[in-house]
Ligand binder design. Structure first.
Ligand SMILES: [Zn+2]
Length: 446
């Protein structure tokens, strides 16, 4: 991963002067991404093995993570906190756990927190997926950006004691998320308001699909930017399709270390591999082949490699490439967002209300919008052939061509309006399109 420092400075200046519009990102995909992460997974899940909160395994992994950070030149610190833990013989007592914190100063004091828990579930597996993988991608990212100037200060936090357990006496699930809750409890009001976003990494290896989730509404900008980066770099990362109304499109539940940050109003993003098309459509059933891997004895590198050849490497490579590019390019102003509704000519562009010449309609399974929306409002260049049968669109160094007709990738002329298929255009220009079913809304982030 190489990055020209002057372009980062430039993109930061664009933020500082509140210039919206062009995506100043400098993206690149590293074919070796994930290789270092793999060695961290192997060390945590095999050399150390079980990392149950408040036990030797957790302390050994704490020391390993700290030594990796310090070896990279970050001077990391430990944040100690008291926990209630359940150990293998089923008794509960109190113990100590730790967060490991490493900071990389950015151009701005404003910070992005990247977090992953390093403990593993009591009693089962070796926590290769859950969550040696998240820690590994965090450590690889810390290494990749160590000598590159970043627009924001980056705070890496390896959380202790994330996993919950059932209390053997009451049967109640303990509260879990103890490290992230402790971290948030120690944040000052200034630190909270200086935190641009929190990005959580949890369970990246086993699931059938790779996802990025985010907060609802405008606070979901990190997810939107991650999806845009994924599309531009051809990384196979999608978001929760929102088939379960409890977890609307693009979002997720409160079961991991992002939750305490989200409760404080900090925008979050969350990377995970699972499968939202299975089981109760709640993201808990990770794979078609074996159902859940996390919190089972199957959560080992050996099992994953035997049952899903190539998956571990692919996940580590994809998520490392995504996170590194996201961290180097993240800012709140680079993403443009168009929000429109079927049958309504009103729309908003980056929050500003406007009107288009004709309301969006569905015709032959395409959602069609006036070409003038793209040319007059979004700054596309359009070239319609003299016989009106061919249309070429140009935007940000990309070009797509369309013929006139009824297919998905065709444009139409209707009542003297040139109408173009928004999904085809969004895909062609690396945008991400969200369908909001209850309002018949369409959101395009590009
Ligand atoms: Zn986890």
């Amino acid at each position: 991963m190489k990055k020209n420092v002057s372009s980062i400075v430039l993109s930061f200046l664009l933020v500082a002067s509140s210039v919206t519009g062009s995506f100043a990102a400098n993206l690149s995909k590293d074919s070796n991404a994930g290789v270092k992460a793999y060695s961290h997974v192997k060390y945590l899940a095999e050399t150390i093995g079980k990392r149950v909160q408040g036990t030797e395994g957790e302390y050994n992994s704490r020391d390993y993570i700290k030594s990796v950070f310090d070896g990279l030149g970050y001077s990391s610190t430990l944040q100690e906190f008291e926990i209630e833990r359940k150990i293998e013989d089923n008794t509960v007592d109190s113990a100590t756990s730790y967060n490991v914190v490493a900071t990389k100063k950015g151009i701005s004091e404003m910070q992005v927190i990247i977090g992953a828990h390093y403990d593993s579930k009591v009693g089962v597996g070796l926590g290769a997926d859950d969550n040696a993988s998240g820690v590994a991608v965090m450590l690889e990212t810390a290494e990749a950006i160590q000598n590159i100037e970043t627009p924001y200060t980056i705070k890496f936090v390896a959380f202790g004691a994330e996993e919950s357990y059932k209390d053997p006496d009451t049967g109640a699930s303990n509260r879990g998320l103890q490290g992230s809750k402790h971290y948030v409890s120690q944040m000052s009001a200034t630190e909270i308001s200086n935190t641009v976003a929190m990005i959580n990494l949890d369970s990246l290896l086993a699931g059938d699909n790779m996802y990025v989730y985010g907060s609802e509404s405008q606070q979901g900008f990190v997810r939107d930017q991650a999806l845009t980066i994924a599309r531009r770099l051809n990384l196979n990362v999608i978001t929760n399709p929102g088939e379960n109304e409890e977890y609307p499109i693009g979002t997720t539940g409160d079961w991991s270390d992002h939750a305490p940050f989200q409760e404080k109003g900090i925008p979050i993003a969350y990377l995970e591999a699972t499968n939202w098309e299975l089981g109760d459509l709640d993201g808990y059933t990770q794979t078609v082949k074996h159902g859940e891997i996390w919190h089972t004895d199957n959560d080992t590198l050996e099992f994953l490699e035997a049952e899903f050849p190539g998956r571990v490497e692919e996940r580590l490579s994809t998520f490392s490439n995504l996170l590194i590019n996201l961290v180097l390019n993240l800012n709140q102003m680079e993403i443009d967002k168009l929000e429109l509704r079927l049958g309504n000519p009103m729309f908003t562009l980056n929050g500003e209300a406007k009107t288009m010449e004709k309301a969006p309609i569905i015709m032959n399974n395409r959602t069609l919008v006036p070409l003038s929306l793209f040319t007059d409002e979004l700054g596309f260049e359009a070239n319609l052939s003299e016989d009106s049968n061919e249309l070429r669109l140009e935007f940000r160094d990309l070009t797509i061509s369309m013929s006139r007709g009824d297919l998905e990738n065709h444009f139409t002329i209707h009542d003297n309006h040139v109408l173009v298929p928004i999904r085809y255009i969004s895909n062609g220009f690396n945008g991400t399109l969200y369908w909001i079913s209850d309002t018949k809304g369409i959101h395009m982030v590009y």
